[in-house]
Ligand binder design. Structure first.
Ligand code: 5GP
Ligand code: ZN
Length: 112
């Protein structure tokens, strides 16, 4: 996707603070962090969101990466939150599937 923000970040056309990369997954710090650790975990393949085109292989890769990143970011002991926003009501603002990995503080109990 030529004009997708996260595809451009994956290709290195827009700089980012990378925290993880393998053949299928790229992860980088959110530009507007909402917690001490706020990492965006995205598939290298352009998939719009959790409804469109995210097959089991992609999701498995993302979940494995999330667990590894959580450990590397020091979140294993106290835990973390892993969220994907989808569509209008989910307040998805970038139409490239991504999981927010949030941690490093006590997060609010309510999610919405
Ligand atoms: P969404 O609202 O779609 O679930 O999440 C999009 C996230 O992307 C937001 O948390 C926003 O701060 C982040 N974001 C938007 N533009 C950029 C950017 O250029 N670089 C980085 N690192 N994060 C971005
Ligand atoms: Zn994309």
């Amino acid at each position: 996707m030529d004009d997708c923000l996260f595809c451009k970040i994956i290709r290195g056309e827009i700089p980012s603070a990378k925290v993880f990369e393998n053949d299928d997954v790229f992860a980088f710090k959110d530009i507007n962090p909402q917690a001490p650790v706020h990492v965006l975990i995205v598939p290298k393949k352009h998939v719009a969101n959790a409804l469109e085109g995210a097959d089991a292989g992609i999701m498995d890769g993302l979940m494995r990466a999330a667990a590894q990143i959580a450990r590397e970011q020091g979140l294993a002991e106290n835990g973390f939150r892993l969220i994907t926003n989808c569509g209008r009501d989910g307040a998805q603002s970038v139409n490239h599937l991504h999981f927010h990995l949030l941690g490093g503080k006590q997060l609010p109990e309510r999610m919405a």
